[in-house]
Design a protein around this ligand. Structure first.
Ligand code: FES
Length: 167
């Protein structure tokens, strides 16, 4: 029989240390994950989604382009469909997010007959200029986000959303 009996004080000490360590790990893990997340991201090329839109067909009038990508959420994979308003400005292709910067409804190009040449949000009457700049005195407090774009064999590829570079 062993003489190494654990005293009540030692037992409490071990238990509290264990529980404290477990709780500290629970708090630290998300911080560590956040810190190393950029390292874990896919490298260049993996973030662009090929669309069915021919670059040659893009004009200076914004058109809606849908694109679908696979999203992995823990062990669950699903297809997510997103869209962009796409047009040409000179030789540059512009792709704007349709997500209103007020409360997240979807904006439409010339959605309000009273305001031609603007994006319109039907939820609260938010308006944006063609560049995505929010029209003052309408609800949105910032410009529409922009998507990174590139051409692949004549077709448009859309990348991640970035802050608007046009306004
Ligand atoms: S959500 Fe677009 S104006 Fe409110």
């Amino acid at each position: 029989m062993s003489n190494n009996k654990v005293s009540r004080r030692q037992f409490l000490s071990y238990t509290l240390t264990g529980v404290g360590g477990f709780m500290a790990a629970g708090m630290l893990m998300p911080m560590v994950r956040f810190a190393v997340d950029p390292i874990l991201q896919k490298k260049e090329g993996g973030d662009f989604v090929l669309t069915e839109k021919k670059v040659a067909d893009i004009t200076d009038v914004p058109v809606r382009v849908d694109f679908t990508y696979e999203q992995v959420d823990a062990w669950y994979k699903s297809d997510v469909t997103n869209s962009a308003w796409v047009y040409k400005e000179g030789d540059s292709i512009i792709a704007l997010s349709p997500v209103c910067k007020h409360l997240g409804c979807t904006v439409n190009w010339e959605g309000d007959p009273a305001h031609k040449n603007q994006f319109f949000c039907p939820c609260h009457g938010g308006r944006y200029e063609k560049t995505g700049k929010n029209v003052p005195k309408t609800p949105p407090l910032g410009p529409l986000d922009q998507f990174e774009v590139r051409e692949n064999d004549g077709f448009l590829e859309i990348g991640k959303a970035i802050p608007n570079t046009l306004v």
